[in-house]
Design a protein. Structure first.
Length: 754
């Protein structure tokens, strides 16, 4: 019985857990092996010392002369030694082997997920429990209980058995006692006898008290060296997260968040820190971000800065550890501001990794939560200064395809990025119906627009400027200035609206294969400078005066167009309507009239005479790297259906989209995944001979895809099988995470009913 207690108290699984944690933090097999070696290097000396102390302490019991205690202590010493040998030899080897076997051919995140349920992680959990005061208390209670049993047995023994045993004591002792009986001698005699009889209990109690003291006073310490605990990446990241000065740009960005930039650093005040124990602080950061880079103590900040700024060989950011980089970020100043960390390190992925450490600390993310946001294997050089700032990683969106789609004699497989179940399947069904006879389309490059707001001292002066710009000769002067800013941007029109002394000059320009917002903005700025030469009293209020109109619903784009204007048409035979869509032309025409025309008119909609054009537009935009916010204007669409004149059983359908803002160069189109999707459509990058043709083709494909989605949804609506299909495609066990929330389920699963 005692042996079992000894075993539980002496054997310590926490170090095995720690080693497993370190191994888990590696992203590949080489890193795992390296981490295990590093873990042994760090934990080894402490464990060796612990083992020696424990062997010596418990070993004293083997010399006690009390037979039962000697056996017990021998057992404990052996347990300690076996534990030590296994930990230093078999355990690391097995750990490495298990990881090697479980990693081959599998994504690391998957392995990590799997490992969560494994024995390895159980031991890790045990380690976490150890820091838990509840477990401490259980151990304490166990030990106290054991002591109580010993004390009780001793008292019971002295009260009853002692008398019996006394009678059997050696005759010499009995004789002495009877011959020299005095009062004090009697007491001393009893004590000596009592001590003799209870020696094993006393020694056991002392050993147990020593173990209790060990658990209470020493078990909370971190076996990792102090220097690592206090100045390791974790501590520094937490520190950086508390006090890193927030530069102006960050203040701008954080203004909209719930917590003010002033309050944010206060979330981790020194007072808070003292109330959070060391292990909780450590847990602020995902395990995998710990101990990356050399494990030596960080060098003084000035030395780190010198190394950072040095151009000598062997210097520079690559020779600094993550901890040292964190110290530099923490120090603030211009050496390594958090928002520029990728460029300062000249290693975008490392920069992103360190930023994640800091931000997960600041955001008080639970352990490992940010790990599920991917960041590795991404070409950040294509993102920096182009697509995104303050990068933490990327959000994967599933990409499906709809097709084959027969458009103007060519077949396309259209990539669609979406998380809305049933959307791709529905569009695919539409493609099937449309592709029997094929879709025809026309496209016009309306031009991208930018409309600055300018103000004049008087209405008369504003009118004078308006007619000056509208004069052919002056327009040519302005156009020359505009066109000088780009190889592809060409001013096409200048549409001016007047409001009091303000003019809204809507510059319209073709922009080649680029969507063109940047291009037309640059041109407009230059054109304004020329106009200002003529009208020095003209005040430029804003380069964008909302008459453009970008990313906001506006009638001007619906009426005058923006980007590309596309119209697609198709006839679908009665047989196809029946076999693919299970409906007929008359029913569809009727529904289209009452829903897309009548219903939208009742709603006062502008550009919304369609069923759900925005669904297809956004899915293709996301897949092909378009600006997703431009789905506002780009989704303007009029879906028309008629019974075909030549055969009234067939359906004649058109989709008119006057403001598709698309490009195949610039923005997100150059990112690897997005450009692969453009490649699928044969429109990646600039058209080799006719600039603008790729963008126009993309606009035609988007419009034809919209048509497929429109047709399929309309058919689903008239058949009333929409909800059924959503239940099948959208209401998976994952989507319906809460059976207690039927309202949410219904709303999300039917969101394609637009
Ligand atoms: P946007 O104006 O859509 O925001 P950008 O102006 O940022 O796009 O990117 C377009 C860039 O691509 C310009 O620098 C332009 O010179 C270049 N480019 C190369 N080939 C073409 C092309 N065929 N059409 C348009 N731009 C092109």
């Amino acid at each position: 019985m005692d042996a079992l207690f000894f075993l539980l108290l002496v054997i310590d699984l926490s170090n095995s857990g720690r080693l497993a944690q370190l191994a888990l933090s590696g992203s590949n097999q080489a890193e795992v092996t390296q981490n295990i070696a590093r873990g042994l290097e760090l934990l080894g000396p402490a464990i060796s010392l612990d083992t020696i102390v424990e062997v010596l302490l418990v070993g004293v019991g083997t010399l006690s002369g009390v037979q039962r205690l000697e056996v017990l202590c021998m057992f404990a010493v052996l347990s300690v030694l076996v534990n030590y040998v296994v930990f230093m030899t078999f355990y690391p080897a097995c750990l490495s082997l298990i990881f090697d076997l479980s990693r081959s051919g599998v994504d690391m995140s998957v392995v990590r997920e799997k490992a969560k349920g494994s024995l390895l992680l159980k031991s890790l959990t045990e380690e976490e429990q150890k820091a838990n005061p509840v477990l401490q208390r259980v151990k304490l209670i166990m030990t106290t209980g054991l002591m109580a049993v010993h004390i009780y047995s001793r008292v019971a023994f002295s009260g009853s058995d002692y008398d019996a045993v006394d009678k059997t004591l050696t005759p010499t002792l009995s004789l002495n006692v009877s011959n020299n009986r005095t009062e004090s001698g009697e007491i001393a005699d009893i004590i000596i006898k009592w001590l003799t009889m209870s020696a094993d209990h006393i020694v056991i109690s002392i050993v147990l008290i020593a173990l209790v003291v060990k658990f209470i006073c020493f078990d909370n310490r971190d076996p990792l060296p102090d220097q690592l605990r206090q100045s390791g990446p974790v501590a520094i990241a937490a520190k950086a997260s508390q006090t890193t000065p927030i530069d102006e740009e960050h203040v701008e960005q954080e203004r909209d968040t719930e917590i003010s930039p002033v309050a944010r650093p206060l979330l981790f005040t020194i007072e808070d820190q003292s109330s959070v124990n060391a292990s909780t602080q450590t847990d602020l950061l995902p395990l995998r971000h710990r101990l990356v880079g050399p494990t030596r103590p960080p060098r003084p900040i000035q030395e780190c800065l010198d190394i950072l700024n040095s151009t000598e060989e062997g210097s520079g950011p690559a020779s600094l550890s993550d901890e040292e980089i964190l110290s530099i970020v923490h120090a603030g100043g211009t050496h390594c501001p958090l928002h520029r960390i990728e460029s300062v390190l000249n290693d975008p992925e490392r920069g992103v990794r360190i930023r994640r450490m800091i931000i997960s600390g600041r955001a008080k993310m639970p352990v490992g939560r940010l790990d599920v946001l991917p960041y590795e294997h991404f070409d950040y050089r294509k993102v920096l200064n182009a697509c995104c700032e303050n990068v933490l990683g990327y959000v994967p969106i599933p990409v499906g395809y709809a097709g084959p789609l027969l458009l103007d004699g060519e077949t396309y497989y259209v990539p669609m990025a979406t998380t809305e179940g049933a959307l791709v399947a529905s569009t695919n069904r539409g493609c099937k119906a449309l592709s029997v006879r094929g879709v025809r389309s026309v496209v016009e490059d309306v031009g991208m627009t930018r409309a600055p707001c300018v103000r004049f001292p008087s209405v008369a002066r504003a009118a004078e400027a308006k007619s000056w710009i509208e004069n052919d000769e002056n327009y040519r002067v302005v156009k020359t200035e505009f066109d000088s800013t780009s190889r592809f941007g060409r001013l096409k029109d200048c549409h001016i609206a007047m409001d009091g002394p303000q003019l809204y000059i809507r510059f319209v320009a073709i922009t080649g294969d680029a969507m063109g917002m940047n291009m037309v903005s640059k041109g407009a700025e230059m054109a304004l400078r020329r106009i200002q030469l003529q009208f020095p009293d003209m005040q430029i209020i804003s380069l964008s005066g909302n008459f453009c109109c970008d990313k906001k619903p506006a009638a001007i784009n619906w009426i005058k167009g923006r980007g590309k204007r596309v119209v697609t048409e198709c006839t679908i035979s009665a047989a196809t309507l029946r076999s693919v869509l299970r409906t007929d032309a008359k029913t569809l025409v009727e529904c289209n009239k009452l829903k897309n025309m009548g219903g939208s008119a009742m709603a006062g909609s502008i550009g919304g005479n369609n069923a759900h054009a925005a669904n297809m537009v956004t899915a293709v935009f996301l897949a092909t790297g378009q600006d997703p916010a431009q789905n506002v204007t780009s989704s303007n669409c009029s879906t028309a259906m008629e019974c075909w004149a030549e055969n009234s059983e067939d359906l004649y359908m058109t989709c008119t989209m006057p403001s598709l803002e698309v490009g195949t160069v610039g923005g997100g189109t150059g990112l690897p995944g997005q450009s692969a999707c453009l490649e699928m459509l044969g429109v990646r990058g600039a058209h080799p001979t006719r600039p603008g043709d790729n963008a126009k083709k993309l606009a035609q494909i988007v419009c034809a895809t919209v048509m497929a989605g429109e047709l399929s949804l309309m058919a689903a609506l008239v058949n009333s099988d929409l909800v059924k299909s959503h239940m099948r495609h959208n209401r998976s066990s994952i989507a319906v995470s809460s059976a207690n929330n039927p309202l949410n389920v219904t709303v999300s699963s039917c969101s394609t009913i637009s």
